[in-house]
Ligand binder design. Structure first.
Ligand code: SAH
Length: 251
């Protein structure tokens, strides 16, 4: 059997209990070496065979899985963050389906949430934004035109932009052209939840320069959000005059 496991954003304690258990039981581990914290591999059995997918093609990854399956071994495919977000697991699952190999998926803490924790911010403030857009700038992997940053910017919502910090100039230009004010707050979190994480605070007008000065070119989340610096209405849920299923109004 193959387990696709979300490793979390970096801090090795942010993997789920189930993910950690499966990792400690696996005979074969294929991990995304460019982003997964290698400290997690300390959980593996001493005799486990460990492969770094950063240097492998899809076919090579699949062949390791097929081979393990033939020998009745258990494989963990360890992806950074949550496997469902830019994890390229669809093609692996399709291939396993074709071979009728059984697999499951163990979710993980995605880096956009690791970044929120590092920033100590809420992405959804009443009256400010109630929507989080997860997206990226197009690159070698194209993004459908209807989802361009420029189009998405029209919502003025919270936006978490993956895989794009090396194109920060293009990103801010598109966002401003698309409708965010230049003063919209932006935070860039490099290696959120890792020991050497770095946070830059700014706005759409000045963040690109800060990113260049800090020489951040990968493993970073761009968080654009009016919520990062907003005066907001406290949540209705905890208001004293608000009744709901579990609590009568107290005034
Ligand atoms: N599946 C992963 C994303 C993989 S794509 C997840 O759920 O987080 C890789 C991109 O994720 C990076 O380019 C970067 O934008 C982001 N990323 C991954 N780990 C990160 C971290 N610790 N801090 C900030 N961004 C991170």
């Amino acid at each position: 059997m193959v387990h696709f496991v979300g490793a979390g954003p970096g801090d090795p304690e942010l993997i789920t209990k189930k993910g950690a258990r499966l990792l400690s039981e696996a005979d074969v581990v294929i991990y995304a070496g460019s982003l997964v914290n290698p400290k997690l591999l300390e959980l593996c059995k001493r005799e486990a065979k460990i492969y770094n997918s950063a240097t492998m093609t899809l076919d090579e990854v699949l062949n390791v899985m097929y081979d393990a399956e033939e020998k009745n071994l258990t494989t963990v495919r360890l992806h950074t963050g949550d496997p469902a977000i830019y994890g390229a697991i669809a093609e692996q699952m399709d291939a396993l389906n074709e071979k009728q190999i059984v697999y499951d998926v163990i979710p993980g803490v995605s880096s956009f949430l690791g970044a929120a924790a590092s920033l100590k911010k809420e992405y959804t403030l009443p009256g400010i934004s109630q929507t989080v857009i997860i997206t990226r700038q197009g690159g070698r992997t194209p993004v459908p035109e209807s989802e361009s940053l420029k189009k998405l910017a029209a919502h003025n919502s919270t936006m978490c932009i993956f895989l794009s910090v090396h194109k920060i100039d293009e990103v801010v230009n598109e966002l401003i052209e698309g409708g965010y004010k230049k003063e919209t707050p932006v935070a860039v979190v490099e290696k959120a939840t890792w020991e050497d994480e770095q946070i830059l605070w700014g706005n759409l007008e000045n963040i690109a320069e800060k990113v260049h000065n800090a020489k951040i070119a990968k493993t970073a989340m761009i968080v654009v959000s009016p919520c990062l610096d907003a005066t907001y209405e406290p949540s209705r849920l905890y208001a004293p005059d608000f009744s709901h299923m579990f609590r009568e109004a107290k005034v």
